[in-house]
Ligand binder design. Structure first.
Ligand code: SAM
Ligand code: SF4
Length: 348
């Protein structure tokens, strides 16, 4: 079994280094890390059929990812989400999870979690739970096996459901994420909410974002969640909740099921004013906003020296440029996506 040995330089006691605060006085406490741009699915809204993936040599090693994440933890990041691409297809990814779990043990990190398509979850559920992963997000856009195969281009729904069951048996709480797709799953969303709540899981619906070139025009996929909400309200009593996670989701309690539905509406409403997060790619590029091109290279300072001084300086310079928010639009006449990189690069 592969093990990562933490370097002594990343063991600074939490609190010794200044917290990360952006120019709009938002504390940066949440880091999402795309550990690979590769995936075993090719969801039609996320990737094109023929994706060119990064050469493996460009990727940060798992040790470097550990060092990078630990630098952010030392600066006050309390929540770490591994994503991708599909995080569970990165070779030896569990050695990273195991190693990062030391920050849970020390109390520096509140939550270590991941977003996954669930295809490999049956294999890894028990070990994730043993590493202190308490809840994860599983992306699932339909419960119909044929449609699932169409959306993911070759995914097997049964495997994902098996993965969800394994995670729940291991004591991990699951939230389902479903992208609302016009003319594809739009009439199934209420049934999906009823299913998720019946299983004791919350569900969040997401609006398609214009990230990366795909075969279909985004306007043909985009479904406003205002419309979805109206339709859900015909079947359920939706009670808006005040709770916020610093992210773009707003939640409702469904009176009939007791479960929660989240709505992530980057297009129809944005909630950037409370943004508490940044994202880093598997090549060590830091994006201060999912919907903007500006980025900072952290790989070079990471590799430049054994110590983390250059890395922290690069992180500080980047956070000082975090923009107020994104300006996504989906317009019929617009040929290019708002942001050229795919969600699988930046990490959803
Ligand atoms: N492979 C993992 C998964 O599917 O959960 C993690 C990475 S995936 C990029 C993270 C999330 O982004 C998924 O919930 C996916 O549905 C969502 N996503 C991908 N492309 C998107 C897009 N263009 N607009 C909105 N959501 C997108
Ligand atoms: Fe893969 Fe997730 Fe993108 Fe689907 S949404 S292609 S599972 S990275």
């Amino acid at each position: 079994m592969r093990e990562i040995t933490p370097r002594t330089t990343d063991l600074d006691p939490a609190g010794a280094l200044p917290r990360l605060v952006d120019p709009f006085q938002r504390a940066i406490t949440y880091l999402r890390v795309s550990v690979t741009d590769r995936c075993d699915f090719r969801c039609v809204y996320c990737m094109s059929q023929d994706m060119t993936f990064l050469p493996k040599a460009d990727l940060l090693t798992l040790e470097e990812l550990d060092r990078l994440c630990s630098a952010f933890v030392a600066r006050g990041v309390r929540k770490l989400r591994l994503t991708g691409g599909e995080p569970l297809v990165r070779r030896d990814v569990m050695s990273l999870v195991r190693s990062l779990s030391r920050h849970l043990d020390s109390g520096a990190l509140e939550e270590l979690t991941l977003t996954t398509n669930g295809s490999q979850l049956a294999r890894f559920a028990a070990e994730l739970a043993a590493c202190g992963v308490r809840r994860i997000n599983v992306s699932l856009d339909t419960l119909r096996p044929d449609l699932f195969r169409q959306i993911t281009r070759w995914g097997d729904l049964a495997k994902v459901l098996e993965g969800i069951a394994a995670a729940r048996n291991a004591g991990i709480r699951i939230k389902i994420n479903a992208v609302a797709l016009k003319g594809v799953n739009e009439h199934e969303l209420a049934d999906m909410a009823a299913w998720a709540h019946g299983e004791g899981m919350d569900i969040t619906f997401i609006e398609v974002m214009p990230l990366g070139e795909i075969e279909t025009h985004r306007a043909d996929q985009f479904l406003s969640l205002d419309e979805v909400r109206e339709r859900l309200a015909e079947r359920f009593t939706l009670q808006p909740l005040a709770e916020r996670t610093g992210g773009p989701a707003r939640y409702d309690r469904v009176a009939e099921t007791g479960g929660r539905i989240g709505f992530i509406t980057p297009l129809s409403h944005n909630f950037c004013e409370s943004c508490n997060r940044v994202r880093v790619t598997c090549t060590g590029t830091l994006y201060m906003c999912l919907g903007q091109e500006d980025a900072a290279d952290l790989r070079r300072p990471l590799r430049q020296s054994e110590g983390d001084a250059a890395l922290h300086a690069a992180i500080d310079a980047a956070i000082a440029r975090k923009p107020r928010g994104h300006d996504f639009v989906i317009e019929r006449g617009r040929a290019a996506p708002a942001v050229g990189r795919h969600m699988s690069v930046t990490g959803g």
